[in-house]
Design a protein around this ligand. Sequence first.
Ligand code: SAH
Length: 431
Amino acid sequence: MNAADSQRVASSLERMGFRSAEKPGQADVIVLNTCVVRQSAEDRAHGYLTSLLLHKRNNPDLVINLMGCMVGVKGTDHLAKRYPHVDVFSPPSDPGPLIAHLSQDESRQLDQSEVEVRNALLDGDLVLPAEQQQSLVSAYVPIVLGCSHACTYCIIPYRRGVEISRPVGVIVQEVRRLVEQGVKEITLLGQIVDRYGKDISDGPNLAQLLKIVSDVEGLKRLRFLTSHPNWMTDELLAVVAENPVIMPHIEVPVQAGNDEVLANMKREYTNADYRALIARIREMIPNVSIGTDIIVGFPGETQAQFMDTYNLLEDLRLDVAHLARYSTRPGTVADRRMEDDVPDEEKWRRYRLLEDQQARIVGEINAKLLGETVSVLFEDQVKGRWRGRTENTKLVFVESELNLRGKVEDVQITWTGPWSMQGRTFDLVDY
Ligand code: SAH
């Protein structure tokens, strides 16, 4: 979501006539877009912010914009006091305060006015920065902003505000504009993406929206995340199964395998519900891959309760598990009413157990692809090798003299590991 928000800022700056700088020391404007979902992310943001002080000293005209969840949708007084070198504060998803600040400075000659830049954002009229034109392969488009669910551990609803669906016309326009500028793959985003449209009386739901967006001329791949187990419908799964542009990958976090922990997290489903859902997804989309998120060491989680998570992952054999150690977030229900009582070493121990388990499981899943031919969309070159993803989002590296950027190619897998695979394209083999 932050990557998508940063793209909106970049688009606005590009319209005003700014161009990307290679290093912070060369920039006239620095935007620090922050995440506070865990303490570690927040610590990193504070670290960066402090390091920007040096640039401000070297260049007093530098405009520093602090954006995102560290700022949130409420007040910024405490941040303004702590970081006087910040010139502008912006809530998540909103480049508005930066656009206004830069437009008010009369010494600047801007290409477009504040109103033009704001209207372009409202209309979904995104422009990519010059260096990404006809070169960026994959982009994110938010479709649901904010979140109204309030899982007890999660700070996002407090910082991103209430759930709001973006109008279908704006979403389609944004996708069209990105595709015109060379983007091949779009991922639609929402904290609970399946709730898309619930706040709009006569608009499409997620399944219908996916169908509409998949028709955009030139779009090769369409994805969406993140799903909540309680909001996925058969209608959605059927669309994913039938539509060749929509990739067969579902991100549906379970967070924990124990019913009491799940209730304390206010996730509103059980271990059995989740198992049934995974079975249903696999039944309806036979070639599907599934990702989940897990939090270990939630307040009160016992060793036995943790083992319910371990056993769930062992049984379900999912393709991806994003693991996190519980981190208390200020203002959340868990922060106010529960004690963060699982020691740090124990959180690490549980984390490593799942990490090892998942490496084994995913390693076995990927090993079955050895010798198989899969379809890969190539994104960029890393150390001389082309990097791309399969329909199931698995990372594949290929050596090729050809320019594969933005191409979908058949690749024969020649090596597999848990986190990536290698393969060869047929053009090199056959002719
Ligand atoms: N709404 C999305 C994204 C939430 S943030 C979703 O439901 O997936 C991404 C992940 O961060 C969450 O799924 C959760 O696993 C993790 N997370 C959120 N709050 C956390 C906390 N306080 N401590 C540790 N991990 C957390």
